[in-house]
Design a protein around this ligand. Structure first.
Ligand code: SAM
Length: 364
């Protein structure tokens, strides 16, 4: 999961978090209100209201609705929630609203600090909660197709990190920049909408890039972007990487936030190992968490990560009859599974630019 560089407070259940500092009833009432604001923020992102409000001086609901091209009655009710939720200032005398200046950089713009984009996961979870509750009784899981807009939300989230850091910060960690400049064969497995492949293909024109994903929507998006950018060295294939059979043909394989989603991650890791030439590099980016629940209590995003796992990552794996590793499989298990696939060395790095993820670099 990609996310922001913005500092977050301690985990909700941790010693310094809300769980310890307030009475349970107070905490739960706060949760009710904050969750409601999260839904409003998500709607504000989806409708363009937040972006429309950002440049406006104090304005009436009618002026804001007009600027956003939306229905005034809905906008006014939303503004009520955002005002009582303390994201919007309201001047009762003038009847005007303004997005609070300190919230503008956190709720708008294309960058990694836009938490409104991240809050889309809250409404996405709400959309499938009833289906997931049923799986608690029956076992099994959901299919990717059960998640409306998943590809789009994931692509926007990842693009914010990759636009800011992929070429200048992340690729140097792989140790492959010189080889990429000379010309090597690269694959990104579970490439989603393919933006990472296209960024790399643009930055390293001498190298050849292929993105693999079993999502037709993702592959089509990757191809469309490559065509729009005029990239001759970026290709996409609709493919289940559990059946990847590219023995010894690649120099670098990347896997951004996808191994823990796999039905059979050990098989995919073994396929990646087999696909690399001797000396080849595997760059795996996955969630920076511990494999032990007790070590995640103080994690800034512990509850969010386990929730996303329950509702999506673990479920899509179980839905394919898979192992259901889950989002929070943890750095310890991840490292041991990469080693078990055959890799001799595995280095783990956490970037200041992307503290939610750990970067695993393994050499064949
Ligand atoms: C969480 S998304 C990450 C997408 C992209 N790498 C990114 O960082 O935005 C996981 C992606 O892996 C793809 N995926 C999962 N299992 C796969 C498999 N066995 N074969 C091919 N693609 C797979 C999904 O379709 C999805 O696009």
């Amino acid at each position: 999961m990609a996310m922001t560089t913005v500092e977050t407070s301690a985990g909700a259940g941790g010693p310094d978090g809300a769980g310890a500092a307030v009475e349970p009833v107070e905490r739960l009432m706060g949760m009710l209100n904050e969750s409601a604001v999260a839904v409003l923020v998500s709607i504000g992102y989806q409708t363009g209201l937040l972006e429309a409000m950002a440049p406006l001086p104090p304005a009436t609901s009618a002026q804001i609705a007009e600027a956003a091209g939306l229905d005034e009655r809905y906008v006014r009710e939303w503004l009520g929630g955002m005002t009582t939720g303390l994201c919007v200032d309201y001047d009762a005398g003038a009847g005007t609203y303004q997005l609070r200046p300190d919230y503008v950089p956190l709720l708008t713009g294309p960058g990694v600090d836009n938490l409104a984009r991240t809050l889309l996961y809250i409404t996405l979870m709400g959309e499938v909660a009833a289906k997931i509750a049923e799986k608690f009784r029956t076992g099994g899981g959901l299919a990717y197709a059960d998640y409306p807009n998943f590809m789009e939300i994931q692509a926007g989230d990842s693009a914010s990190v990759h636009d800011a850091s992929l070429i200048e910060v992340i690729m140097p960690i792989s140790g492959c920049v010189d080889r990429l400049k000379t010309g090597i064969d690269v694959a990104d497995v579970g490439c989603g909408a393919g933006h990472a492949i296209n960024l790399m293909a643009q930055a390293f024109p001498a190298s050849r890039f292929t993105g693999y994903d079993f999502s037709a929507e993702g592959v089509a998006a990757g191809r469309a972007e490559a065509a729009a950018l005029g990239l001759a060295n970026a290709h996409f294939e609709e493919r289940d990487v559990a059946t990847l059979d590219l023995a010894g043909t690649l120099d670098l394989v990347t896997a951004f936030d996808m191994v823990h989603d796999q039905a059979h991650p050990a098989t995919v890791l073994a396929n990646i190992y087999a696909a690399l030439r001797p000396g080849g590099t595997f760059l795996m980016v996955d969630v920076n968490a511990s494999s032990k629940v007790e070590e995640n209590i103080d994690s800034p995003l512990g509850p969010f990560l386990y929730a996303v796992s329950t509702v999506h990552c673990m479920s899509v794996s179980l839905g394919q009859g898979g192992d259901g590793l889950g989002t929070v499989w943890g750095v310890q298990l991840a490292e041991s599974m990469v080693r078990a696939a055959g890799f001799g060395t595995v280095d783990v790095t956490v970037l200041e630019e992307d503290p939610v993820n750990a970067y695993f670099v393994a050499t064949k």
